[in-house]
Design a protein around this ligand. Structure first.
Ligand code: 5GP
Length: 226
């Protein structure tokens, strides 16, 4: 019998605005009840239909800066003129509860987490082409023409960071991209360094020694120690 770590896996899904991160993540969550998506904080104004505490925690610049000052953010970034960030406490609580936690965030924030928590899982979602990305950004009707161009130009810079991620998925079709993401998460959870103990009826001791020899120390995430 294998006992894996009680703590959940920290998954970072990022990619350019318009690559379909939220749609793919929603599909994966529908099929996996053990995945909890972190609710970010932002200083952006709510869009039509976005509820405070569901889509985001909507705050003003001063409130966001206060949270940074008080070390409440796991990561944060300025994106398209607004603050975006992940509150620390809830992430830790859900990880400790054994749930897998997914952060759907842009690239600057993802790279901050990579420095602090290299054992997290980093996945980059690419649009099938830049023209399709532009089409998607425009079709959402959520931003002005100027803001769409700003996000589109940022996407070129963001794609340059692709090599810093563990996996890449091209989002040409949501169901296909979602099943790739699920497969990656499943594989990651079978990694040897997520195993705490192995029991084999008669040779329990021996297997345990093997694990210790390989120096498979626990790599628990504790965001409060960062
Ligand atoms: P939007 O304004 O379209 O909701 O989000 C703009 C970008 O910010 C998207 O790429 C989105 O994934 C990203 N984002 C959302 N929440 C966070 C967060 O907590 N941290 C960071 N770094 N980016 C975020």
């Amino acid at each position: 019998m294998i006992r894996t770590k009680k703590q959940g896996l920290l998954i970072v899904l990022s990619g350019p605005s318009g690559s379909g991160k939220n749609t793919v993540c929603d599909e994966v969550k529908r099929n996996n009840s053990n995945i909890w998506e972190s609710i970010s904080m932002t200083s952006r104004k709510p869009r039509k239909g976005e509820e405070n505490g569901k889509a985001y925690y909507f705050v003003n610049d001063d409130e966001f800066e206060e949270n940074i000052k008080n070390d409440k953010m796991l990561e944060w970034a300025r994106f398209a003129g607004n603050y975006y960030g992940t509150p620390k406490d809830s992430v830790q609580k859900h990880l400790d509860n054994g749930e897998d936690v997914i952060l759907v965030i842009e690239i600057q924030g993802a790279l901050q987490i990579k420095k602090k928590i290299p054992q997290a899982l980093f996945i980059f979602l690419l649009p099938p082409s830049m023209s399709e990305l532009k089409r998607r950004l425009t079709a959402r009707h959520t931003e002005s023409e100027e803001k769409i161009m700003e996000r589109f130009e940022t996407a070129y810079k963001e794609i340059n960071e692709l090599s810093k991620y563990n996996y890449v998925i091209v989002n040409d079709e949501v169901s296909k991209a979602a099943s790739k993401l699920e497969a990656i998460i499943k594989a990651e959870k079978c990694r040897v360094d997520r195993i705490e103990e192995v029991f084999l009826d008669s040779s329990e001791e021996k297997i345990h020694e093997i694990l210790v020899d390989k120096n498979l120390e626990n790599k628990f995430v504790d965001v409060n120690k960062l």
